[in-house]
Ligand binder design. Sequence first.
Ligand SMILES: Nc1nc2c(c(=O)[nH]1)N[C@H]1C(S)=C(S)[C@@H](COP(=O)(O)OP(=O)(O)OC[C@H]3O[C@@H](n4cnc5c(=O)[nH]c(N)nc54)[C@H](O)[C@@H]3O)O[C@H]1N2
Ligand SMILES: Nc1nc2c(c(=O)[nH]1)N[C@H]1C(S)=C(S)[C@@H](COP(=O)(O)OP(=O)(O)OC[C@H]3O[C@@H](n4cnc5c(=O)[nH]c(N)nc54)[C@H](O)[C@@H]3O)O[C@H]1N2
Ligand SMILES: [Mo]
Length: 765
Amino acid sequence: MQLFHPKPRYKPYTHAAGGWGSAQSVMAILWREQALQRAPLALMRQNKPKGFACVGCAWAKPGDPHALEFCENGAKATAWELTALRTGPDFFAQHTLTELRTWTDYALEQHGRLTHPLRYDASTDRYVETSWQQAYQAIGSHLRQRIPDEVVFYASGRASLEASFMYQLLARAYGTNNLPDSSNMCHESTSVGLQESIGVPVGTVTLADFEHTDCVFFFGQNVGSNSPRMLHPLQEVRKRKVPIITFNPLRERGLERFVNPQSPREMLGPESTVISTQYHQVAIGGDTAAVIGITRHLLEMDRLATAQGLPAILDHAFIGEHTQGFAAFVAEVERHDWADLERKSGLNRSAMEAAATVYARSQRVMVVYGMGMTQHRHGVENVQMLVNLLLLRGNIGRPGAGICPVRGHSNVQGQRTVGITEDPAKVPVDKIEQLFGFTVPPRKGTSTVDACAGVLDGSIKAFIGLGGNFLRAVPDTPRMEAAWTQLDLHVQVATKLNRTHLVPGKHTWLLPCLGRIELDSQDGVVQTYSTEDSTGCVHGWKGTSAPAGEHLRSEVAIIAGLAEATLGGRTRIPWDAWRRDYARVRQAISEVYPEIFHDMETRMWAPGGFHRPLPAAQRQWKTESGKAQFIRPRSLEEDSDVAVGAQRRDVLQLMTIRSNDQFNTTVYGYDDRFRGVKGTRSVVFLNPNDVTRLGLVAGDWVRLRTAVEPEVRREVGPFQIIAYDIPSGCAAAYYPECNALVPLWHHAERSKVPAAKSVPITLHR
Ligand SMILES: Nc1nc2c(c(=O)[nH]1)N[C@H]1C(S)=C(S)[C@@H](COP(=O)(O)OP(=O)(O)OC[C@H]3O[C@@H](n4cnc5c(=O)[nH]c(N)nc54)[C@H](O)[C@@H]3O)O[C@H]1N2
Ligand SMILES: Nc1nc2c(c(=O)[nH]1)N[C@H]1C(S)=C(S)[C@@H](COP(=O)(O)OP(=O)(O)OC[C@H]3O[C@@H](n4cnc5c(=O)[nH]c(N)nc54)[C@H](O)[C@@H]3O)O[C@H]1N2
Ligand SMILES: [Mo]
């Protein structure tokens, strides 16, 4: 087993995103996964009406799809799921968990799809085959003896609306709101921030808005790797000469130039589309300062225009009628002088002014953003600053304008919509109680960070995972793994083997499920599914390929099985009838959430799906004040964790990022094509001046150490230094390898999203 890749090769990548590099990369993975037979047919059906929704990202699926509506990374995700390789009972007979824990993340998943329900046998340190009935009965009787709040029901954001709705009912009927999901590590800063600012927890932009926008701001999202299908609307936007203004510490290739790999003309010709018209390499965590700078300039331009009798720059009518908090916001903005803003944003005043100038002359501006905003101590405030910027010129609630968080997992937004949340105040408790005949527990449950804290302090004693790779995705991974073995019960529902499955509790079960691409037939009847994408659009879909094994069960069936074994007849939920006919689950969803899901059974098949109602997009503000809120930023004082860096010159700000060859903790390979890295993930990107200043040279091997809470040693490495175009004082390295560096308490205020994009570190030989 190859554990370490000693010879990284770094060569700057000079091509556009997409193009031949993308086509080659897809072929390579189809070949390696022995998926050439099954995958091409499946790819034709990806993101199509009557086909399946991509298992990759949550980007919107158009009503009039391209002939091949998938991207390089969506194709990789498909190949990964449709692989011909299998990890069955014979595999587990050969390998103990102790041995498997020495394997890489890549090697574990690369071994193929799980095929049988498994139970961990401590006496041999192996997983052994079991039956579904045994698994359900054992888990059910264990749960019946527990205090419900000792149990966590985690969901990674892939499961369908049907499975997710059933999962949250299972947890609540059992007696707990402990329903953390991957969103807690991702866009929860969005859900908290947007709810408070504009009264909806989700973005207001839909695909149609891309046709009308006349300016796009892009903050902290790596479109080329993480939502490549979005490059198509962006390319269209650029054809209309619409400016795109990007803020990102790295010059990400997909944000610079793009060649559509599905266009023969572009593939053969010399042309590529320039994506960003302005590219600002903001310092990590410097965005709030940058937006304050932009606002300062807008205020100055506005005053000047008024003095000269010209039309105002700000939309004062909108601000007066629709917003609250403007004066306090302006007062805060004016407290900061340019020198301060330049230092904190890492940008020159002229750069902030240039962005403001384009903003001021545009009529329909949208702001797109991702993890570069949400995964900070001030993640909520970052999001709210973007809203502040939009509100200044009435850029919410008009076609072509609005806020556009790019969600991660393909149904992470939908899971929240149908009740996967630790906060019972966010679910229609009355309806659930009335329809299903049980009492929703009133006590708030655990978020992901709380669940981790509970495992560490022993108050959480059982963990059920509906997908995901919890122990790799969360902060402080070594501490979490050590505590994990104290769990009484550990259950995972999964498609592929991962590190989390290798850390057993006292009783451990690994249950293999169908993937999204696979045909799901219950008692001979083919079932259909639904998901909600990043733009609040709900689609129907169904799996098409033959299942990876005859023993696999659907997530819906597994949840129904666990629920019956755990709850017996304690509720009026007809678990088995739901399993036999998912349309009945949808019927229940539409009864619990009629405003969003009425007539879902027909509407979800409309080309492009249907949109959930978004009051903010109609300028109805469901906030406490009934207005859109300007939120005064409070964080320009140094972050208390990060402040260390201001005093010590050897401390750098680390962001943990994704390569172009991974989906979260799933590592497809060791190349990060766009960033020019080949054959390794053990690298750290540093500014050349920092490298010299710290007495190092490019190519040196260093260990990274967290620079706060020194009494706890958090260290990873050795990683090889790549001198890179990144602002000085900043560093980048890959997630999940660096999760050991993120302290559990180092998370966003209020949303509790781990601050994975700003970890103070030092380097050590
Ligand atoms: N192929 C592929 N697709 C994916 C995923 C995947 O792993 N692989 N993951 C899925 C999931 S769950 C999610 S959440 C999304 C994640 O997609 P992204 O939101 O793009 O997340 P990251 O790759 O972590 O990169 C964040 C970007 O923010 C920048 N950044 C970091 N810190 C800052 C900052 O302080 N300010 C600014 N302005 N920028 C900053 C980084 O340079 C990087 O370009 O993608 C989804 N899609
Ligand atoms: N340091 C750092 N940490 C981070 C981040 C970061 O940027 N930096 N990003 C955070 C973000 S945005 C997210 S969303 C989380 C992701 O956290 P998770 O969602 O927990 O992790 P994934 O890596 O997406 O989970 C992959 C596993 O899901 C299982 N799986 C795949 N498909 C299916 C399916 O259809 N059904 C089931 N039941 N299982 C399936 C497979 O077994 C696979 O091994 O990580 C977070 N952690
Ligand atoms: Mo995510």
